[in-house]
Design a protein around this ligand. Structure first.
Ligand code: PEP
Length: 251
């Protein structure tokens, strides 16, 4: 049985008080026992949010980025040992905004994935194609290359530690959601690639999340697809009125 996951990505949003209130509302909501909630919060809120969530075993806190080197002269960066020292176990890696706005390459992301796994943390590895690639029908090859360049060098045991988030760039923050069938087609394709590279057990055991304008009114249908194990949610994760219903959208 794959883990069902509702992950939020706050990006660079919410002040101290806003984030505290949202975390408390989520932690105190009725979370189904078989759903894992992950909150991807800004670096400044990590330690505090981890404390607020520490008594709820269904809620995990994720960093939105990390550096692959353990310490040194990297002004503004956050290392994996630092994250570990405040109890953070998940890190979002390769979000399209990091790739596009901060020039993070597949090769650079590979270093981060390796360092996280080495330290025993879970990378939430984001992948997904831009609009022009989708319009040309090249989405499968595009995402396959992202896998080959950043995560297909891993051993099967390491690969099983990942959470994958398929996020078509054209659907992120645009209000345009991939259709449930488009999400299912890509997730099923990714699972077939994983099976070919590793084996059936690994392909069927890994959680693959969909991200891109997930809202309370479309989450149930998207999460209901055979190969979709939950979502990575941006805008709708910023308010408990929209995120709590998404957490409860698994059948
Ligand atoms: C995201 O930030 O990963 C995302 C999917 O954003 P949104 O839900 O706002 O499209």
């Amino acid at each position: 049985m794959r883990i069902k996951i509702a992950a939020g990505n706050w990006k660079m949003n919410l002040t101290y008080d806003e984030g505290k209130q949202l975390t408390e509302e989520i932690v105190n909501s009725e979370i189904p026992a078989d759903v894992q909630v992950i909150l991807g919060v800004p670096a400044i809120a990590l330690a505090r949010t981890a404390c607020l969530a520490e008594d709820n075993s269904n809620v995990h806190i994720a960093a939105q980025n990390c550096h692959h080197i353990a310490s040194g002269a990297y002004t503004g960066e956050i290392s994996i040992p630092m994250l570990k020292s405040i109890g953070i176990n998940h890190v979002i890696i390769g979000h399209s905004e990091r790739r596009e706005l901060f020039n993070e390459s597949d090769e650079f992301l590979k270093l981060k994935v390796d360092a996280l796994l080495e330290a025993g943390l879970t990378p939430i590895f984001c992948c997904g194609e831009p609009l022009n690639v989708r319009e040309d029908g090249g989405q499968n090859e595009y995402v396959k290359a992202q896998f080959e360049n950043s995560i297909f060098h891993l051993s099967g045991e390491q690969f099983s530690q990942l959470i994958i988030a398929y996020e078509p760039i054209w659907a992120i923050g645009t209000g345009v959601t991939a259709s449930p069938q488009q999400a299912q087609d890509m997730h099923s394709y990714l699972r077939s690639l994983i099976e070919e590279k590793y084996n059936n057990d690994i392909a069927n055991g890994i959680s693959i999340l969909y991200g891109g304008s997930v809202k309370p009114n479309n989450a149930e249908e998207i999460f209901g697809q055979t190969d979709v194990d939950g979502g990575l949610v941006g805008g709708a994760s910023l308010k408990s009125e929209t995120f709590v219903p998404i957490i409860n959208s698994f059948s």
